[in-house]
Unconditional design. Structure first.
Length: 734
């Protein structure tokens, strides 16, 4: 087939100059245009080719083969041979490519090559926790040595280089490899000889692959193109990321921005196919059991979306694949389903979409009536787990994430808060007895000082019985684990007048505040703990409005908001060394081996929307409603101005549009952070947690109400005596 050149042909003046040059006559002093001095061998939709055409404001020369591209440029020109078949196949290169380029004085950039100087035999290295790291001073101050870059889903051909410019390595850090480069690092970009640049991976897929942070990759390409065309001024490559914040930091947002953000947040559940459908339920039941930690391909865009009757998937894993896609965590969790039911039910009223009521009801029925999460031993009054709800509904998984017989108090609490809100919105009492049972089941596992263990497992619970937990004097000064259960107890006391709910909650809160801040057990960061404490403190003011309780609330909120960025986002702050239960990695080897914060040092300005900003949103909203203090209302408004802007917008990836990732870099206004968390990294999306609580608070803001007020007509109290008798615990009676 005849090769077609896709640029305009060189102009007549240049052709004449070329012929004269071949005849030994001096060329004119006007240099040929850029499109005549550089050629690409790549597909027409290659990210670099399209971005370069835009930067040079000209359609550059492109061919589908390296030979044709080399024939198209004169001596001293440049040829870029890009990795179109990445990652399945290496880029096929002519055997004499490098010799031919040297003879003709051409400069080469080759990606993912079949052969070349320094290239070794062997299978490509596949990055998991490895990231790209600048390994030389070639980029100057723009990208200093040890600067970290994200090449998602990277595959790299084995190669040797004594002085690579970029390597693939497992390093700890936010922007900088804090502990230097490890011994094991693989060259990604190097210059084996004058005029030849080799990339062992596909660097040119930086837009499709969502390489991060965005600003750094513009500098990478300015440097590479500058080497290839040293006599030219290289313009900055500009492009629109395919997954980006909805609004720029200083952009003017429309008046309906919060309503639009809420609508898109709810649509995300359907666009992402988080609602399990009978046609593909077998993937959940069978296929997912074979995947590591049940993380696998996302439901197809053409798959039907469920109606909630089979529950809600957990969400997206943080790892981004080479093509920009993300895999899904195939778990149905108690907390995510309860929270999703609430988000749907409340949005039905806020958005005037009554069909969402049916979805919310189906999710609630799945969780409390059909799912094994609520049944089995948890239905047996003689069992110490009576009334509890399991963490997830997978019983045949033997990996680290096994959670069928696991009970985290914070997850139990958020699920109950979701279900009581869903029941109130749907004006149904069909879940009330199960709610009361769960409230009392947790109450009898709460010790005399108001604390539960951070995690309760079936084996020790059955071995010791529930009385050992009820009589325990142990305390855990971590609001992350404790505070939302206290919020549930305060709510239950308001509904029932049952004094033990108030006693356990108020006792625990007092101990927690007396321990603040020196004895708090920080889980990841100070902001994670502070943001979690707001809700129970706001509701304590509701129950007992005293100067002391208001002072506690103001103190925690004030310390939290001292780190509120001008954009409204709240950035993370680490705890003192030795006091953090989940500290940043202390070595390169530790990166990716445990749950960690999204920052490495306090100089890293990133907001955590999974563990902090989302809970600050509902906490500040409830504090404003409980106290009437404009201090909280103003902070809430600023925070929501940020959250509306930070919401994901993406046409290319509709399964992500309307979501909130865990991490947001407030300096760059980009999705970037230290993503070494072993379970939930920087780009994860939970169908509960961040997606729901931000959505719930958006609905509450639109409806001009609060979570406390929206649930005041619950009828759970009518089941109190029946469930107290079933519990058989005289010490949880008034």
């Amino acid at each position: 087939m005849r090769e077609v050149q896709t640029s305009d042909p060189p102009n007549l003046r240049y052709m004449l100059a070329l012929m004269l040059g071949l005849a030994g006559t001096a060329a004119p002093d006007v240099p040929p245009p850029v499109h005549a001095r550089v050629a690409f061998a790549c597909a027409p939709d290659n990210d670099l080719y399209r971005a370069a055409c835009g930067a040079f404001k000209h359609r550059l020369t492109r061919f589908s083969s390296a030979d044709r591209a080399m024939d198209a440029v004169p001596r001293g020109g440049a040829v870029l041979i890009l990795g179109d078949r990445y990652p399945e196949r290496r880029t096929d290169l002519p055997p004499d490519l490098y010799v031919k380029a040297q003879v003709r004085g051409l400069r080469l950039y080759v990606e993912y090559p079949s052969h070349g100087p320094g290239i070794e035999a062997g299978k490509p290295i596949r990055g998991v926790w490895e990231r790209a790291v600048v390994a030389s001073d070639a980029f100057g101050d723009a990208l200093p040595k040890l600067r970290i870059l994200g090449i998602h889903g990277c595959r790299a051909i084995p190669a040797r280089s004594d002085c690579p410019d970029i390597v693939l390595a497992r390093v700890a850090g936010f922007d900088t490899a804090l502990f230097g480069l490890p011994e094991r690092a693989w060259p990604l970009l190097y210059q084996p000889e004058d005029g030849v640049i080799v990339a062992t991976t596909k660097l040119s897929g930086f837009i499709t692959g969502r390489y991060a942070p965005t600003d750094a990759w513009s500098e990478v390409w300015r440097h590479i193109l500058g080497r290839l065309m040293p006599s030219m001024r290289i313009p900055e490559l500009r492009w629109t990321p395919i997954v980006a914040p909805s609004y720029a930091r200083d952009a003017r947002v429309p008046a309906h921005a919060e309503t639009s953000a809420l609508r898109r947040a709810i649509e995300w559940f359907f666009n992402s196919r988080m609602l399990v459908h009978p046609d593909w339920a077998h993937v959940y039941d069978k296929d997912a059991s074979a995947w590591y930690e049940r993380i696998g391909p996302a439901p197809g865009r053409d798959w039907p979306c469920g109606d909630g009757s089979l529950g809600v998937l957990e969400g997206f894993d943080s790892a981004i694949e080479w093509d920009g896609s993300q895999r899904v965590r195939w778990w149905r969790r108690n907390d995510c389903n309860g929270e999703a039911a609430a988000a749907m039910a409340l949005a039905a009223r806020a958005l005037r979409k009554p069909d969402l009521r049916r979805i919310a009801g189906n999710i609630g029925d799945f969780l409390y009536e059909r799912s094994i999460l609520s049944h089995g031993k948890r239905d047996d009054p003689a069992d110490p787990a009576y009334g509890l709800i399991g963490w997830n509904d997978v019983t045949r998984y033997h990996g680290d994430m096994d959670g069928y017989g696991v009970y985290y108090g914070d997850d139990q609490a958020r699920s109950m808060l979701g279900m009581l809100l869903a029941a109130s919105e749907l004006k149904t009492d069909r879940w009330d007895r199960r709610l009361m049972r769960c409230l009392l089941a947790n109450l009898r596992l709460t010790g005399v000082n108001g604390f539960q263990p951070n995690r309760i497992d079936t084996a020790p619970l059955e071995a010791t019985g529930w009385r050992a937990y009820r009589d325990s004097t142990a305390m855990s000064f971590s609001p992350h684990y404790q505070s939302y259960m206290w919020a549930c107890y305060l709510w239950a006391y308001r509904q029932t007048g049952h004094r033990p709910f108030l006693d356990r909650a108020s006792t625990g809160i007092r101990h927690m505040m007396e321990a603040y801040p020196d004895r708090w057990q920080w889980v990841g960061s100070r902001q994670i703990e502070r943001s979690r404490m707001l809700l129970c403190l706001a509701w304590l003011v509701r129950v007992a409005d005293t100067p002391e309780h208001r002072a506690w609330l103001r103190r925690i909120a004030g310390d939290l908001l001292a780190a509120q960025d001008p954009s409204g986002g709240i950035y993370e702050l680490l705890a003192e060394p030795g006091t953090n239960q989940l500290p940043p990695p202390a070595s390169n080897e530790a990166y990716g081996t445990a749950e960690i914060p999204i920052i490495q040092t306090d100089d890293d300005r990133a907001g955590d929307l999974l563990y902090a900003c989302n809970f600050a949103a509902i906490g500040l909203h409830e504090a404003a409603a409980a106290t009437g203090d404009p201090f909280y209302a103003r902070a809430s408004d600023r925070l929501y101005a940020f959250l509306v802007r930070a919401e994901v917008r993406s046409r290319a990836r509709p399964e992500l549009d309307g979501a909130w990732f865990r991490a947001f870099d407030l300096k760059r206004w980009d999705y970037w952070a230290s993503s070494g968390d072993a379970g939930w990294g920087a780009w994860c999306i939970e169908s509960g947690w961040n997606q729901t609580w931000i959505s719930i608070t958006l609905s509450l803001r639109k409806l001009k109400t609060s979570l406390w007020e929206a649930t005041e007509r619950s009828a759970v109290a009518k089941h109190l005596e029946t469930e107290l008798r079933a519990m058989g615990d005289p010490q949880v009676r008034p």
